[in-house]
Write a new protein. Structure first.
Length: 419
């Protein structure tokens, strides 16, 4: 029932540079909607940089390992030093998805500016352009963040809903642009979410021991694909339109697994980030119980447990069923940025160390709920050589639960080597 901002003109395959010099097409579609969703404060922020995200220390190899583990990504390039030493990188390398953990708000910070009174927020999707440089231990990454645009639409999920976008530019200490990310935040009113009962069962589905054993074997099939490819190339020449990528399965998701994901984000570590001094969750319009002191640099020095989002603030809805229901979810649920990472890891793992995801646009339709599993599939829909001479495979990706409920869709271009 959610509507999504269209990613723009796709005729160029989505590889046009982001234009951050000005905001585009900010408008309200219905005067009636402004009576229940006041977005009048947003205009003043569009196109103007907010404070950049900066970690306090250089990336450590264990940060990379923690991320791979938290995202359930069993690719030895990212955690096994001996294996990585034999690769084309000659050392541990971060997954392409690791860039998002260089932000202090899941990549959503520039898409969540300005006040919308009495509102909640969900991560609605993102678009990535990867420029080539990879992230290694010892790198310092700075994320320049610029709000882009917004639109209000009527949705079944929450009535008048604001789809707000912002751009992230991830650069290393050598000044190289690693990636650009355009994130979408979904902002909606407390009034409508309170009137709409949560959809879905409030209790986790139960899995028998036999089902779990069968599931573990099914999950390992994709991991075995990583082992079989190893350090070899996946050649562009050998891929055909209509091919299907191997299925990737993980879960069942639990509060424990979601907590492991949360702790993989470096900004959740006490004192690890230069905190923003321009962030006020109440000023953004978040309702009292979901505001709190998340990422508050003053409170972090006084009582850090109030600031990291696991226990208090807007992020606690993920880990506490009570607060999940408060914002319209039936039970504890996963992180949008993690879903984005799963999409990138799925394609990058298939491409191998000689390939690279160069562009991806993903729309999130529903989160990973505790007790559910996630099933990822993809079809090859095109082969092309772009204006830069890169040999690309285009894929359609789908993420669904065991019930067949679509969680996310994506379209992406993957660069592969040519024989």
């Amino acid at each position: 029932g959610r509507q999504q901002i269209e990613p723009g003109d796709r005729r160029d395959g989505g590889r046009r540079p982001i234009n951050c010099g000005r905001a585009s097409q900010r408008h309200i579609e219905s005067q009636t909607m402004t009576k229940t969703l006041d977005t009048s404060d947003l205009d003043q922020y569009m196109g103007k940089p907010i404070q950049p995200a900066r970690m306090k220390e250089a990336i450590h190899n264990n940060d990379i390992r923690r991320w791979a583990q938290g995202m359930h990504y069993a690719n030895r390039l990212h955690y096994d030093a001996d294996y990585a030493a034999e690769s084309r990188f000659t050392r541990l390398v971060a997954p392409q998805s690791f860039a998002v953990t260089m932000d202090d708000g899941h990549g959503s910070a520039p898409s969540c500016v300005g006040s919308i009174p009495n509102s909640h927020l969900l991560f609605g999707g993102d678009e990535w352009w990867f420029e080539g440089p990879r992230i290694f231990g010892g790198d310092f990454i700075i994320n320049e963040r610029i709000p882009f645009d917004y639109v209000v639409k009527d949705t079944k999920f929450a009535g008048p809903t604001c789809f707000q976008r912002g751009d992230n530019f991830y650069r290393n200490n050598r000044g190289e642009l690693i990636a650009k990310q355009r994130s979408t935040a979904i902002r909606y009113s407390l009034e409508h979410s309170s009137e709409t009962p949560p959809t879905g069962a409030s209790e986790d589905p139960e899995w028998t021991d036999a089902q779990i054993e069968e599931l573990e074997a099914r999950k390992f099939t994709w991991i075995q694909m990583l082992h079989d490819l190893g350090h070899k190339e996946r050649w562009w020449d050998d891929v055909s339109v209509g091919d299907k990528l191997p299925e990737r399965v993980f879960g069942p998701h639990t509060i424990a697994s979601l907590t492991t994901e949360w702790r993989a984000y470096l900004f959740t570590i006490w004192g690890g980030t230069h905190r923003r001094t321009d962030l006020d969750l109440e000023a953004l319009g978040f309702v009292g119980p979901m505001a709190g002191h998340e990422n508050d640099p003053v409170m972090e020095a006084i009582n850090p447990e109030l600031t990291d989002g696991a226990y208090f603030g807007p992020s606690r809805g993920h880990l506490f069923p009570r607060w999940a229901r408060f914002i319209g979810m039936p039970r504890a649920y996963g992180y949008g940025a993690s879903m984005g990472a799963w999409v990138l890891d799925y394609m990058a793992g298939w491409a191998g160390e000689h390939g690279m995801v160069v562009h991806s646009v993903a729309n999130y339709r529903g989160p990973a709920f505790t007790g559910d599993i996630t099933i990822m599939t993809a079809d090859v829909v095109d082969k092309m050589i772009d204006e830069q001479g890169r040999h690309l495979i285009q894929v359609d990706v789908k993420m669904a639960s065991q019930l067949g409920v679509t969680m996310a869709t994506a379209k992406a271009e993957i660069q592969l080597p040519k024989k």
